[in-house]
Design a protein around this ligand. Structure first.
Ligand SMILES: [Zn+2]
Length: 303
């Protein structure tokens, strides 16, 4: 009995310390970064994850793997990433579970023109009447995204660095191409306890192996795009790192730390992770640099 109790308390300590210590982003080895799968199984991608406050007026309303973020204001809300059309009801439930009205979404933004982040735009537009705003270079890919034949709504087209201002919030659309031509990383400030915090939602920097990065020993346009996007992202101040997939910022571990606080009393907000931002950039850049070298080698071997 005593050993059992000891074992139990040991497990609690281990569980607690791993959750408290491992919530921030961790530097991955090259092997780990190549093997990391941000998509996960479909059941997980389609299921609701407990919606939660991240910081200030910013909330998580996505699935187990697909991030969707809600910024609330008294004049209505901003939604970033509609996700798949089939997961829009999951996002809607999460918004409502937090006590907000889905119909109060006034602006819809997205991370990049892939179905897992923006396929649901037409349905969200239909349900809320929100203004749909997209980066110019992603417009051709978005126009091809027509679930059930519905045309993709686009009400305003952005140029790199344009701002979306609404009800006291200003979001800067940083153009970070590579993953898609119009891949967009959103940067903005939120307030918590009277202090400003810089938030960056990284569009996506993974998947460089899908592209031809090198030609005649030189970087192609996509290869150069990735490099320029890393440079731009590194220049942004960031206290709270987020991304279009939950795994891009260790959401599960950070949420677990938050849940521990709910049980054990308040502590520092696990989502404030400025070092984690640079670590995550390094983790994905490792993968990019690896594929540049591999493609150079493959090209040289052919000659
Ligand atoms: Zn993508």
């Amino acid at each position: 009995m005593r050993t059992e109790r000891l074992l139990l308390s040991f497990l609690v300590v281990v569980l607690f310390s791993t959750q408290v210590c491992a919530q921030g982003m961790r530097a991955l080895t090259l092997k780990e970064s190549l093997e990391r799968d941000v998509n996960g199984p479909r059941e997980f991608a389609d299921k609701q994850f407990p919606p939660h406050k991240i910081i200030g007026n910013l909330y998580y309303v996505g699935t187990g793997t697909l991030s969707s973020f809600l910024i609330t204001t008294p004049q209505g809300h901003i939604l970033i990433n509609s996700t798949y059309e089939r997961t829009v009801p999951v996002v809607r439930d999460s918004v409502q579970d937090l006590g907000f009205r889905f119909e109060d979404i006034k602006i819809l933004l997205g991370s990049h023109a892939h179905g897992d982040h923006m396929e649901g735009d037409a349905l969200v537009k239909q349900l809320t009447g929100a203004m749909v705003i997209a980066m110019d270079k992603d417009v051709p890919a978005l126009e091809k995204m027509r679930p059930g034949g519905k045309p993709h709504p686009i009400d305003r087209v952005l140029r790199p660095g344009d701002e979306v201002a609404f009800a006291g919030m200003t979001l800067v659309a940083h153009h970070t191409p590579g993953h898609t031509d119009g891949n967009t990383s959103w940067a903005f400030q939120v307030q918590e306890d009277g202090k400003p915090y810089n938030v960056v939602i990284v569009g996506a920097m993974g998947g460089p192996d899908r592209y031809k990065l090198v030609e005649n020993g030189q970087l192609t346009q996509v290869g150069k795009d990735y490099a320029a996007s890393y440079k731009l992202l590194r220049s942004l101040p960031c206290d709270v790192v987020l991304g279009s997939h939950a795994k891009m910022y260790n959401m599960h571990e950070k949420y677990a730390a938050l849940s521990m606080q709910m049980a054990n009393g308040p502590g520092p907000n696990p989502f404030i992770d400025p070092k984690g931002y640079l670590i995550e950039l390094e983790n994905t850049e490792k993968e990019y640099l690896y594929w540049v070298e591999e493609q150079k080698k493959a090209e040289a071997a052919k000659k």
